[in-house]
Design a protein around this ligand. Structure first.
Ligand code: CA
Ligand code: CA
Ligand code: CA
Ligand code: CA
Length: 525
């Protein structure tokens, strides 16, 4: 209620003392108190009438208290301080003669209990100065606002022209991209064909080399197995190789050897390489020469693998992946075990590099590279146009006020620091908060919309969908815009949990008018 009261008092500018009237009557009400021919006073609400002498007789007669404007008799009475030199002030009638000076002219204290000094001239002067100061601020603000509006309009015109230009450019860029894509496809087809051909030839060459190597390894194995050099590998030459022990009983029987030899007694080299080797190459191990096992004189002869041989203990890991432990030799030195020997297929890959493309293919690749680069350039050009168009369109969609005056704040960020936090507002973008002591930034919201009342739409902005509050809503900020000499974030607070408010002053919000609320706020100070 208080602001309304003040509004009334401030707007009712009284040329004081124009009509004689009873004590405590506002100039605007003076006509009600003119004595009439019947000497009757009608209560202002019209409900009752009394003899004129009932006015200010210190007894409350009217229900609306209007017969006692100058005494404290009516609990709902209103006393108007004339306050010549300043502004009239309405106070509750209970303040009349209560021993406290309420009116600057002291008219509320006429009983003589207290002597009030008249301060109206002094207050009036201060008030006038304050009004002038605010007026100047408003005028200066309006001047700046006009400049901002002009540059805002110019900016929008420029952006609009640029957007139209880009939309025209886009068509050409899209055509260009399509052409470049067709050329790229055209150049890539023969390139792919040539590269595939090259790859296929190389794969065949690799397969040939691999087969050659395999055959060579087979021949080596044949020569090793053929211990009596009769150009045949026979069953007896096979049985000394433990790896041919199919049932793992520690002995290679003749049957087992024969099974590996595809059920024949002996095979010649060609048969071995073509038929036997592919099946045994994964398990075959060359015999380790005896002198490498031990150089001691008491080396026992290689025991023929007969029925007497001890079968391997089940718990001994037979897998070749288990690393054998070092052992102590007969002369007491540490002997490292032999490295595993079954890595035939993993070596010699280093020199298996695909040879360079032939000249003809190189020419095709070069041509395709040129076409690809041209396409990529055209593609990037179109994308860049699209990015700019999208950015311009979002700019065009922003509401910068009736005169484009708020566009000056676009892309500008402002900070305000209180005891604990630094608040940041990037106008039309986002609002955030970070602790002064360091630590991570918390989003308080991103640009939402203008949120002022219908008759004052551009008085506040809403930033919404900020970081979620634990067990609560998403954070949001309402930014209140007020007239001021510069663009500045002047306050940040949290009126209700996770709903923040910022005060922002800017010339853009100046109207050129002095609002009664402005001067009242300064009177209070
Ligand atoms: Ca009365
Ligand atoms: Ca008083
Ligand atoms: Ca032989
Ligand atoms: Ca066996």
């Amino acid at each position: 209620m208080l602001p309304k009261l003040i509004l009334i008092c401030c707007l009712a500018v009284i040329t004081s003392g124009s009509i004689p009237r009873p004590r405590g009557v506002a100039d605007s009400n003076a006509s009600h108190y003119q004595p009439n021919s019947e000497n009757v006073f009608v209560c202002i609400d019209g409900s009752q009438s009394f003899p004129y002498t009932y006015v200010n007789d210190d007894y409350c007669d009217c229900a609306d208290g209007s017969d006692e404007p100058g005494t404290s008799a009516c609990p709902n009475g209103k006393f108007t301080c004339t306050n010549i030199g300043h502004r009239p002030l309405i106070v509750p009638a209970s303040r009349v003669n209560d021993g406290v000076c309420d009116c600057c002219d002291g008219t509320d204290e006429y009983s003589g209990n207290i002597a009030c000094v008249n301060t109206c001239n002094e207050l009036g002067k201060k008030h006038k100065e304050e009004v002038e100061r605010i007026m100047k601020l408003q005028e200066e603000g309006v001047r700046k606002k006009k400049e901002f509006a002009e540059s805002g309009k110019k900016m929008k015109e420029e952006k609009k022209a640029r957007l139209e230009q880009l939309q025209a450019d886009r068509e050409a860029a899209e055509t260009e991209r399509q052409e470049m894509e067709a050329k790229k496809d055209e150049a890539e087809a023969p390139e792919k064909e040539a590269k595939d051909r090259h790859q296929k030839a190389w794969d065949e060459e690799k397969a040939r080399r691999s087969a050659e190597k395999d055959a060579a390894a087979g021949m080596t194995a044949f020569n090793e197995l053929d211990s009596n050099n009769d150009n045949f590998v026979d069953v007896l030459e096979m049985v000394v190789h433990n790896e041919f022990d199919i049932d793992s009983n520690g002995v290679v029987s003749e049957e087992e050897a024969k099974e590996h030899l595809e059920e024949v007694e002996k095979v010649d080299q060609d048969t071995f390489v073509s038929k036997i080797w592919p099946n045994v190459k994964q398990i075959y191990k060359p015999l380790v020469p005896e002198e490498a096992q031990s150089d001691g004189e008491a080396s026992p002869p290689a025991e023929p693998q007969g029925e007497t041989a001890t079968p391997p203990t089940p718990e001994t890991p037979s897998s070749s992946t288990a690393t054998p432990l070092p052992s102590i030799s007969a002369d007491g030195t540490l002997v490292s075990p032999d490295p595993p020997t079954n890595d035939v297929q993993t070596q010699d890959d280093s020199d298996e590099k695909m040879p360079d493309y032939d000249d003809e293919t190189k020419v095709l690749i070069e041509a395709a590279d040129v076409a690809r680069n041209s396409f990529n350039a055209a593609d990037e050009k179109l994308k860049s146009i699209d990015r700019e168009i999208s950015s311009l369109q979002s700019y065009m969609n922003l509401d910068f006020g009736n005169e484009e005056e708020f566009s000056v704040l676009k892309d500008q960020c402002f900070e305000y620091t209180d005891r604990e936090y630094t608040y940041k507002l990037c106008v039309y973008e986002r609002a955030s908060q970070r602790p002064k002591s360091g630590g991570s930034e918390t989003s308080l919201g991103t640009w939402g919309r203008w949120s002022g009342p219908e008759n004052d739409r551009y008085s506040s902005q809403l930033y919404e969908r900020g970081q979620n509050c634990w067990n609560g809503p998403d954070r949001s900020v309402k930014v209140h815009f007020k007239c001021g000499p510069e663009n500045q974030l002047t306050n940040a607070y949290e009126p209700s949990r996770c709903e923040y408010a910022f005060d922002f002053i800017t010339p853009v919000s100046c109207s050129g008018k002095v609002s009664p609320l402005d001067t009242h706020a300064h009177d209070e100070l």
